[in-house]
Design a protein around this ligand. Structure first.
Ligand code: AMP
Length: 361
């Protein structure tokens, strides 16, 4: 595909805050966005050129959408693969159906990583409470039971401390196909935001150190403070995943560090990622610009980090403090969501400090 000239339209599947920030990034490069989102009044609707409100299985709406865009990308990974396959008949979709299929199923994801020689927590696919008890032989206890599909922010997960917990955990996740994983006593969680251009070049932003609260990302800090060799290995793993998928765009790769120097991939997100929001303030070219460049067939930009940064999510009513936050010397982002709900990501704030350590993209 030839690079899309300014004035072209990027279709985005999903209209949440990631679609909103992608639309802002696209506009800066003279590109328009057309958002396809089933829910009414999406956050991206304030800044996209156009919004289609329709269900993922509305084939007429998908066909009409495809006819108005030059390329399609996505900001959510739970778009049905059938919708992407339909769009792919008439318009390039970046990243495509294969990356989505793998990222949507924790078993496919782990098997894919294993095929590339990339380590994950020991795991076993399970389909019943009896399976969970048997799988403990492989994972050891404690273990974590996770639904294969549709889990996010720690939802659809239950801890299995011993064989006697199997039935309760199985019920807690709703008795659906799942994966049992060793509960890793990790020392840190990091993510690598990696971008691969249409010509195959991969660049990674500096790995960020992630802190979660109640299963939800609270802060991402760069530099991560991890040894350079661990950061280099994390980047290399991310690069291997993107190359194997012939991926075009930005991917978020979440990893566990430790015990010791061990690095395990936890999961991949085939899209821009919450743990990459710090790049907006701390890099010349941020994850959103990089993603738009990649899907539009443009050269990737310089994603090296010029400042130290900490991104903090504003969750639920925390965004009500916008007056105080706006008075701080920090980058404030509010997602325009009308309804405040507990656990809902309403915005984020990025605080910078002069760069002291760490490497560049
Ligand atoms: P996930 O939905 O897989 O990203 O899991 C959400 C969070 O649960 C992760 O960020 C970790 O903090 C924790 N977690 C997930 N899997 C494991 C595991 N195998 N061992 C320990 N903690 C985990």
């Amino acid at each position: 595909m030839a690079p899309l000239p300014p004035g072209s339209t990027v279709g985005i599947l999903g209209g949440g805050q990631l679609g909103r920030m992608l639309s802002i990034a696209a506009a800066r490069l003279g590109l328009r966005t057309h958002v396809f989102e089933p829910a009414p009044d999406p956050p991206a609707g304030d800044v996209a050129h156009r919004v289609t409100t329709a269900a993922w299985d509305d084939e007429a709406a998908l066909d009409a959408f495809a006819s108005t865009v030059d390329v399609v990308t996505l900001e959510v990974e739970n778009v049905p693969v059938a919708a992407v396959r339909r769009l792919e008949r008439t318009v390039p979709v970046r990243p495509g159906a294969r990356a989505l299929e793998i990222a949507q199923d924790r078993v496919a994801e782990k098997a894919f990583a294993a095929g590339l020689g990339i380590a994950t927590a020991p795991w076993q696919a399970v389909e019943s409470a009896a399976d969970v008890r048997r799988a403990l032989d492989r994972t050891g206890a404690p273990a974590l039971l996770k639904t294969r599909r549709l889990g996010y922010d720690g939802k659809g997960q239950a801890r299995v401390g011993r064989a006697g917990d199997a039935a309760g955990a199985w019920d807690a996740i709703g008795g659906v196909p799942a994966i049992l994983e060793t509960l890793v006593p990790f020392e840190a969680e990091v993510s690598v935001i990696a971008a691969r251009g249409a010509e195959g070049r991969v660049v990674c932003f500096d790995p960020g150190l992630n802190r979660h609260e109640g299963g939800i990302l609270r802060t991402t800090t760069v530099p991560s403070g991890l040894p350079a060799a661990v950061e280099a290995e994390a980047r290399e793993m991310a690069g291997r995943l993107l190359a194997a998928l012939d991926y075009v765009g930005v991917m978020g790769v979440e990893l566990f560090v430790g015990p010791g120097p061990a690095l395990l991939v936890n999961e991949v997100a085939p899209r821009v990622h919450n743990s990459g929001h710090w790049t907006i303030e701390a890099c010349l070219v941020d994850q959103f610009q990089q993603h738009v460049r990649a899907v539009a067939g443009w050269p990737l930009g310089d994603g090296s980090r010029h400042s130290d940064a900490e991104m903090t999510n504003l969750i639920g009513a925390e965004a009500d403090a916008w007056r105080r936050l706006a008075a701080e010397p920090a980058g404030l982002h509010l997602y325009g969501k009308a309804e405040v709900r507990p656990g809902r990501k309403m915005g984020h704030v990025t605080r910078l400090a002069p760069r002291r350590t760490g490497s560049g993209a």
